[in-house]
Design a protein around this ligand. Sequence first.
Ligand SMILES: Cc1cc2nc3c(=O)[nH]c(=O)nc-3n(C[C@H](O)[C@H](O)[C@H](O)COP(=O)(O)OP(=O)(O)OC[C@H]3O[C@@H](n4cnc5c(N)ncnc54)[C@H](O)[C@@H]3O)c2cc1C
Length: 496
Amino acid sequence: MDERARIPVSLPRDDPTRSYWQDLPDAAVADLRTTETLPESADVVIVGSGITGAAAAWGLQQNEDQTGRSIVMLEARQACSGATGRNGGHTKAASYRTFAHHVSTLGSTAAAAQIARLELANIREVHGFARLHGIDCDAVACDTVDIIYDAAQWEAAVAAVAAMHAALGPYDPAAEYELVAGPDAVRARFHCHATTFRGRPDPVAGAVVYPAGSLSAYKFGVGVLRLCLARGLNLQTHTPALALRREKGRDGAWLVQTPRGTIAARRVVLATNGYTAHLVPRLQGVVVPLRGQVTAQRPGRSLPAGGCLPTTYSFIYEGGYEYMVPRPPGSRFAGDIVMGGGLVRGAADEGLYEYGSTDDTALNPDVSAYLRDTTPRYFGPDWGEDDPAGRVRAEWTGIMGFTPDGFPLVGEMPHGGADDDGGGLWTASAFQGHGMVLCWMCARALVDMIEGRDANNELDSWFPRAFRITEERLAKRFQGRVSHNISGQDQGVSTE
Ligand SMILES: Cc1cc2nc3c(=O)[nH]c(=O)nc-3n(C[C@H](O)[C@H](O)[C@H](O)COP(=O)(O)OP(=O)(O)OC[C@H]3O[C@@H](n4cnc5c(N)ncnc54)[C@H](O)[C@@H]3O)c2cc1C
C-alpha cells in the first residue's frame, strides 16, 4: 500500500472512459471558456469544476461585500468531468457503519455524532439546493437499504444502530435506522436472495433501511456551474493548472501556470480531489488517488417495477460491498441499474492496484466481469432474463481521493516557513469515495474559513475538527496492507 501511495500523482488524463452521465456532455458548459484568453489575474482562482469547485464558487459569490470579486475556475478537461461526472450518484450516508470507528479514533461520541449529522445535512442541502434552484438532475429522495450477507457484519450493524440511538437519541434524524432481520423479510421487501461467491455461500442475515437518495451528480454539478456563470464566474475548461508558485514581491500572489499562460491570484482553491498532490508535492502520499468503476445495466425482465425500485441498495459482505442506484421514473433510461464497487471481490489483490491510479481512460476487465454478474446474483429469480439488447449499457471509471486517516482535507495549507509567509492556498479534497455526502458542506466550511468567518473556530459547532488540515494530519502516511472492513464509504475500502 505504501508503495502505491508513492506513485507520483498525475494530472487528469486525456480521453477518459465515457461515463453514462456525460453522454451527452452538456452542450453549453462542457467545453466553455468564458473568455477567449486566460485572464492575467483574478481575486480567486479555483482549480477543479466538480461539485466541490462549483460549491466553493457559489459560496464565494454569496458575499455581498465582494460583488466585484473576480473568480476564475480552471478545469483540465471538460467541465465536471472528474469524479462528480463519473460516480454512482448515490446520496447515501452509511453513518452507522463508521460511527463506532469514529468514536474510537476521535475519542468522542460527540465528534462521531457531528460527522453523522454533517453527512445527513449534506444530502439534504444538495437535494434542497437542486429543488430550490430548479436544477434538473433526476434527484430522488428515498430510502436506501443495506442488504447484509455476513452474520458478523449483521451483528455489528445491530450494535452500531443501538449505539447511535443511545448517543443521538432514537428520534434524531441522523440515527433514523430500521432493522429488518432474516432472509424471508428481506426477500419479501427487497427481492434479494441468498447467493454464493466462488462457491462460498452468502446467506442474507438482515437489512438496514434509512433515508438517502440519488441524482445525476453531473447534472447537479453543471447546474451549479450554470448558476455561478450567471453571476460572473469565468470558467476555463481544457486548461490544466500545471504548477503553482508564489510570486516574489507581488503581495503574496500565487502564480498558477497553465499551457495557456499564467494567472495570478492571492487566493487559490484546490478543488482537485484525488489529483491534488500533483500541484502540492507535500500531499504526495497524503491524498492518494483510487480508481473506481461503475456499470449501468439494463434491468432484468423480472425485476419489479421495470427496475424502477423504490429504494437504492448496498450489498454488504465480509470485507467490502457494492452499491446500486435504480434510475428513477421519468429519467433517461428509467429502470437502469447503476452498480458500482467490486474492488474487493472483483479486482486482483482486493483492489490494491487501483490505489495510486489516475487512469480513468481504461476499465479493469476483472471488475467489469464481476460487476456484470452482481445483478443476477443478488436478485436471483427476481432478476429474470436479460434485456435482449444486453445487460450492460455503459461502464466507466473515475478517480477518488483518500487520506490515511479516512477524513477529507479541508482548510488552508500551512504556511509561515522561511520562503512562504503569505498563505492563501486552500483546499477541500479527499472525499474517500463519499463526496455526495461530504463535498457540499466541506466547500461551505472552506468558504467560511476563506471569508474569515472562522476566526474564533465558529465552525466547530457543526464542522468536524477531524476534517481540518493540520501538520499532524499532513505527517500521516498510508502504511501496510489494504484493509477493507471498517469503512462505510461507497467504495467500501479503508486502510490500516
Ligand atoms: C467511480 C466513482 C463512483 C463514486 N460513487 C459515489 C457515490 O455513489 N456516492 C458518493 O457519495 N460518492 C461517490 N463517489 C465519490 C464522489 O464522486 C467524489 O467524492 C466527488 O465527486 C468529489 O468531487 P470533487 O469536486 O471534490 O472532485 P472531482 O469531481 O474529481 O473534481 C475535481 C476536478 O478537478 C479537475 N482537476 C484536477 N487537477 C487539475 C488541475 N491540475 N488543473 C485543472 N483541473 C484539475 C479534474 O479534472 C476534476 O474535474 C464516486 C467516485 C467515483 C470515482
